[in-house]
Ligand binder design. Structure first.
Ligand SMILES: NC(=O)c1ccc[n+]([C@@H]2O[C@H](COP(=O)([O-])OP(=O)(O)OC[C@H]3O[C@@H](n4cnc5c(N)ncnc54)[C@H](OP(=O)(O)O)[C@@H]3O)[C@@H](O)[C@H]2O)c1
Length: 337
């Protein structure tokens, strides 16, 4: 089969491309050329801005992809452009979405009214009603909304889409460095760290990059994914205190995690969310319908991530020193140190 991956050169993308290429498929990526990845020989590269997809339509359509995997759907306009350009060319689209599309995420952020959505929830859980969750909060994210992306892709009358709702993804290449804040404190030789007591029992879904890429590649290859929405995450969705303990074990850190009431903590260490709402999806559907299984075990994925994070730390932030001092003070006061 022929696959066009929009994006595909930064974090999860290369893992998806490698999987598809290694299974004998013909693969091309389309991106701006700002990020570079080592892709398998034979993978074609088309350069351009997906915000101007129409300008590249002729070239991309000539490639005649059977399936287009879109790793970079940010806005409703992105989704509309995708479906228009490939409507009479491709057989299917895989739209990479996020668990942030669901109402439970809005309740967690405090932007959505109502009691917590019962968890675990499946793919039929309601989506957010309040749109544009990051407007005014993150550069370039004003028009980001996976609710609109999903709606646009699933509504197309002639081109079926599979929607994959991804969890928080960690692993080598993670530009968000999701494990760094824990590792930085472990590796400073701390005897203890503080954990906001309100987040300790909270469950938030996660996935290791190679496993998430496996789910994307599987949905791309399997025609049964057409028209379906799938949650992707590792099982079980751990409580935060168990997640911190697992990262500590992978990092071989032997200190203590002290649960401290939110109000006693410096602002950067507070959860700042409505943690009575778990972000805890069921992933039974993709496992049952497509036979999805993780290919890398949980401990092994964490070990690989710890090694990469240690070798590739992000730039230090000067304000960290103040937070560290405040954390140490509270640990002394509570007897954690
Ligand atoms: N990371 C998480 O925890 C997480 C969680 C939930 C959902 N997701 C979703 O996962 C997807 C991103 O995954 P990833 O970072 O692993 O993807 P990726 O495909 O590895 O990297 C992003 C790609 O998009 C390209 N790109 C960026 N802007 C572009 C533009 N305007 N036109 C063309 N290409 C463009 C980048 O290359 P150039 O820079 O060279 O253009 C790069 O190839 C997103 O849809 C995100 O919402 C991520």
């Amino acid at each position: 089969m022929r696959f066009l991956v929009i994006g595909g050169t930064a974090f999860m993308g290369p893992q998806v491309v490698r999987r598809l290429a290694s299974r004998g498929h013909d693969v091309a990526v389309f991106h701006r050329g700002k990020t570079k990845a080592v892709l398998p020989p034979g993978v074609k590269e088309f350069l351009g801005d997906r915000r101007k997809l129409g300008e590249h339509a002729e070239t991309l359509r000539k490639f005649r992809p059977d399936v287009v995997v879109d790793m970079m759907l940010v806005t409703e306009a992105d989704a509309r452009g995708l479906m228009t350009v490939f409507a009479d060319v491709a057989r299917r689209v895989v739209a990479v979405s996020s668990i942030d599309a669901v109402k439970a995420y809005g309740v967690l952020l405090g932007t959505e009214a109502g009691p917590p959505v019962p968890a675990p929830f499946d793919e039929d859980t309601p989506v957010r009603e309040k749109l544009f969750p990051y407007r005014g909060k993150a550069p370039g994210m004003d028009d980001y909304d996976k609710v609109l992306v999903e709606r646009e892709c699933l509504a197309h009358p002639g081109l079926p889409a599979a929607v994959l709702r991804l969890p928080m993804v960690y692993g080598p290449g993670d530009r968000q460095h999701r494990l760094h804040e824990l590792l930085r404190r472990f590796d400073a030789g701390r005897a203890a760290i503080a954990l906001d007591g309100s987040i300790a029992p909270w469950r938030g879904c996660r996935g290791y990059v190679e496993n998430v890429a496996e789910a994307i590649a599987l949905a791309a290859e399997d025609s049964r994914s057409a028209g379906r929405v799938y949650n992707v995450a590792e099982e079980p969705t751990l409580e935060e205190r168990a997640w911190v303990a697992a990262v500590a074990a992978a990092a071989e850190w032997k200190g203590r995690v002290v649960e401290v009431p939110s109000e006693k903590l410096p602002e950067p260490l507070r959860a700042g969310m409505n943690t009575s709402q778990h972000l805890w999806p069921s992933t039974a559907r993709i496992r049952r319908e497509l036979g999805y299984r993780e290919t890398v075990g949980f401990e092994e994925g964490l070990k690989r991530t710890v090694a990469w994070e240690r070798a590739n730390p992000p730039a230090a932030r000067p304000e960290q020193a103040e937070t560290d001092a405040a954390e140490e003070k509270i640990l002394r006061e509570t007897g954690g140190l």
